[in-house]
Design a protein around this ligand. Sequence first.
Ligand SMILES: CC(C)(COP(=O)(O)OP(=O)(O)OC[C@H]1O[C@@H](n2cnc3c(N)ncnc32)[C@H](O)[C@@H]1OP(=O)(O)O)[C@@H](O)C(=O)NCCC(=O)NCCS
Length: 174
Amino acid sequence: MPELVVPSQRYKESFIEAVREAQMMASGLGDTLGRSAPGLEADFTMFLAELRRYEPGQRLPEGFVHSEALWLVDGENYLGRVSLRHTLNERLRTFGGHIGYEIRPSARRQGYGTLILRLTLNRARELGLDRVLVTCDVDNSGSRRVIEANGGVLEGEFQLDFYDKPIYRYWIQL
Ligand SMILES: CC(C)(COP(=O)(O)OP(=O)(O)OC[C@H]1O[C@@H](n2cnc3c(N)ncnc32)[C@H](O)[C@@H]1OP(=O)(O)O)[C@@H](O)C(=O)NCCC(=O)NCCS
């Protein structure tokens, strides 16, 4: 049964395999995490610690909000990742929202995108949030379907001066 977990050593091999997979397909993981597979092999412990650097209790860099990184896994297998921001600042209210997710390329189109958002909404509820903002590129049909399947209500389409594509902003009532 796939579940959302706190990133840990248990998934090291599978996570690194997913990074290699994404780099081969030149999509995802690499860009946001900015990590190479050899770098992760060498210091996965440091990487895990960095994933926790915005959690409550940590001192935040200027302009950051508290957030948590969670992974969707099935047994030992890494399937995808999500970042759940506990609050919004002005920037996130405009672009990025509360939740950002990604499914590893080989696991896409099997329902995991819809699942990772559903499980993250449960977590957001536990944290006491009453609604969350999720944004996506207008041309990201997969993500739009994921959001809409989870009850996303479109606020509108926006063109931002710092981003080249129009985006949609959706609110999900929890
Ligand atoms: C967007 C993403 C998370 C979707 O994950 P996924 O596991 O493929 O999603 P699902 O399998 O739950 O698919 C949900 C729906 O979207 C559709 N879909 C998925 N990818 C699609 C695509 N590239 N084009 C069109 N439709 C797509 C599925 O067929 C499914 O349709 P259905 O509701 O009719 O069954 C995944 O493609 C991804 O990680 N992309 C890169 C990162 C990203 O864009 N993150 C979101 C930022 S807002």
